[in-house]
Design a protein around this ligand. Structure first.
Ligand SMILES: Cc1cc2nc3c(=O)[nH]c(=O)nc-3n(C[C@H](O)[C@H](O)[C@H](O)COP(=O)(O)OP(=O)(O)OC[C@H]3O[C@@H](n4cnc5c(N)ncnc54)[C@H](O)[C@@H]3O)c2cc1C
Length: 199
């Protein structure tokens, strides 16, 4: 947070934006805060948390939803193993201790892939290693293509390197900031290169 502050990012807590409600559209600024402050802005992009959409599962018997609106699963990410032992879920809708992030899916998807492959080879699911959520999830916060701060799940004092001036900037740039993964996903999807794009 200190590093972001030095980069010119102000994080305002204990304050809301009364003009916005969940699902609000992008619109012109300024932004008015609940304490009366006015934040100058050309464009305001509301990102007011997320609500998992579980309706695809809620008609199934045995499916239970927790207080956060996420689907309760067993240790192998199955919502109703009693009746549908081959049904697995992942992402925002699944109630693990993971946050609702892409970072969580980057851990869940390889687990699901490995588990499904083992099941396809005839292994019993309950003999396979259970899913373990992130204990200390990484966080990459670019502030433009060159600067930023990152938290990486490294041991001891190494956890701080991503937030250090210079090293944190380079790390954040290499991991995310330089093209916000556009190049990576363009390659993965086999999409053509577009003139003028950095990805
Ligand atoms: C503004 C914003 C910024 C974010 N930034 C980050 C970030 O920087 N880093 C990060 O790690 N995470 C970020 N996230 C969170 C990340 O986007 C989500 O955690 C991630 O997309 C969840 O993946 P998912 O597959 O579970 O759900 P989604 O990506 O939402 O995909 C679910 C899909 O299912 C479809 N669907 C829903 N209901 C049905 C139905 N009944 N039938 C068929 N299809 C259905 C939806 O249309 C959607 O296409 C951000 C989210 C938001 C909103």
């Amino acid at each position: 947070m200190q590093r972001l502050h030095r980069l010119g990012v102000e994080v305002i807590t204990n304050c809301s934006a009364p003009d916005f409600s969940p699902g609000a559209n992008v619109r012109n600024g300024p932004l008015i805060l609940s304490d009366g402050r006015e934040i100058a802005a050309d464009l305001v992009l509301p990102a007011l948390g997320a609500q998992p959409r579980t309706n695809i599962l809620t008609n199934l018997p045995e499916v239970r939803i927790n207080a956060a609106g996420r689907v309760i699963v067993d240790e192998w990410l199955r919502p109703c193993p009693g009746i549908l032992p081959g049904l697995f879920v992942g992402g925002d809708i699944v109630a693990t201790d993971d946050a609702m992030t892409i970072v969580a899916t980057l851990r869940q998807n390889p687990f699901l892939s490995k588990t499904l492959r083992s099941a396809a080879r005839g292994r019993r699911i309950d003999t396979l290693p259970p899913y373990r959520p992130w204990r200390d999830a990484p966080m990459l916060v670019p502030t433009g293509p060159r600067l930023g701060a990152s938290h990486l799940p490294l041991p001891g004092p190494l956890t701080r390197v991503g937030t250090m001036r210079g090293f944190g900037d380079v790390l954040t740039r290499v991991l995310k900031g330089k093209d916000l993964f556009v190049g990576k996903y363009r390659r993965l999807l086999g999409a053509p290169w577009v003139r003028g794009s950095s990805g």
